[in-house]
Design a protein around this ligand. Sequence first.
Ligand code: FAD
Ligand code: GLY
Length: 374
Amino acid sequence: MEIAIIGAGVIGLATAWRAAARGAVVTLVDPEPGSGASAVAAGMLTPVSEVAYGEERLLALGLASRDRYGAFVAELEEETGLGTGYRADGILEVAFDTDDLRYLDEVRRLQERWGIPTEALTGRECRRLEPMLAPGVRGGLLASEDGSIDPRRLAPALLAAAEKRGVRMVRRRATGVIVEKDVAVGVRLEGGGEVRAERVLLAAGAWSGGLEGVPAEVLPPVRPVKGQVIRLRTAVPFLRRSTRGLVKGSSIYLVPRADGEVVVGATQEEMGFDTRVTAGGLWELLRDARELVPGITELEFAEVSAGLRPGSPDNAPLMGPTALPGLVVGTGHYRNGILLTPVSADILTEVLLDGTVPEVGRPFVPERPKDETA
Ligand code: FAD
Ligand code: GLY
C-alpha cells in the first residue's frame, strides 16, 4: 500500500510511523515537519480538564489515548533512543477564589457522573502538593493519572522513528490533492512535481481546509484557533507537576519540564491565520500565572510563541474516509492533539491499510451527524 501524508505534525508523523511499521510505503509531505501547533503546544495529557458538558465521547477517546501513552512512548524511545519528556505524575487543577471553587465543584460533579475518579483537595492540601501556590488558593482537584510530554521532543522522535521505518520525507508544501476519475491518487507539490499514492491522508492541522483539488464539501471544516504561550526557565525546583488554575474565571496552566522549562498558557483566540504575539495576550497570561504562583516573576524569560489549533465545529477530531475515494482525513484535534496522538495514529492506520474504522474511532468519522460526538 502506497500512502502519501500531507502534514508532518504529531498526527501525520505518528500515523506515518505506525503505517510504515505495518509495511506500508509512506511519503510524508511537509516543508517544515513538526512546525505547526505541535511546536507550540504545552503537551498536557489530560482527557478531563478541557472537555465540557456534552463531550462524553471525546472524553472516552482521550481516556483511550492516555491509556495507550505509556506503551507508545516506550516503543518510540526504544526505536529511536530519543527522549520525549513523558511523565505520568498527575495534573493538579486549583481554584483561586470562592467563585472559582464553585465552578471547580461543578467540574468534579461532572467528572464523578462520568465515572472518573477525582480527588477533591482543600487549599492547604493543594499547597502541600505544590508549595509555590499562592496562600489564597481555595481548593482543587487532582487528576492523578494524567501527565504531560514535551511536544518539541515528541515530534523529532516520531520523525526519527518514521524515517527508520523507511518513511520518505519530502520537505515541500503540498498545494493540492490530485484527483483522477473522482479518486484521490496523489499530492501536488509547490514549485512542480507530485507524489503518487493509493491513499492520501490529509493531516495538515489548521491548514487542512485549504488544499486544491478536493471538492469543497469534502474538505474538513477546520479553522485556526490561536493560542499564545510563554516559556520560562528555572534552575531550581519550582512546580512538581502540571498545574491548571481558574483565576477569577479565567483559565491558566503551568507545565514544568525536567530540564527546567515552564510553559505558561494559553490564550484562545478566533483570529484566523494570525500568529502575532500580542502585549495583551502575554499580560493576561502573566497576570493570572502570578496570581496563582507568585514566584513566577523570579523565573528567567525564555520565549513567547503563538500556534494555531485545528478547531472543528464540535471540538472533536475528524478522522476517517471521505466521500472522495482514496482520501482520508485526520485533523480537527483542537486542544487535544498531543493527548490524542497514539489513538489517532492507530485509528488512521487501520482506516488507511484495512479500510475499516475501529470502534473507538467511529464517533469521529468526518461525515457524522452534528451531535454524534456528544
Ligand atoms: P499541526 O501540529 O499544526 O501540524 C500541521 C503540519 O502540517 C505542520 O507541520 C505544517 O507545516 C504542515 N502543513 C500545513 N500546510 C501544509 C501543506 N499545504 N503542505 C504540507 N504540509 C503542510 N494539545 C494537547 O493534547 N495538550 C496540550 O497541552 C496542548 N496545548 C496546546 C497549546 C497551544 C498554545 C496550542 C496552539 C495547541 C495545543 N494543543 C495541545 C493542541 C495540539 O497542539 C494540536 O491539536 C496538535 O498539534 C495538532 O496536530 P496536527 O498534526 O494535526 O497539526
Ligand atoms: N490543551 C491546551 C491548550 O490548548 O491550550
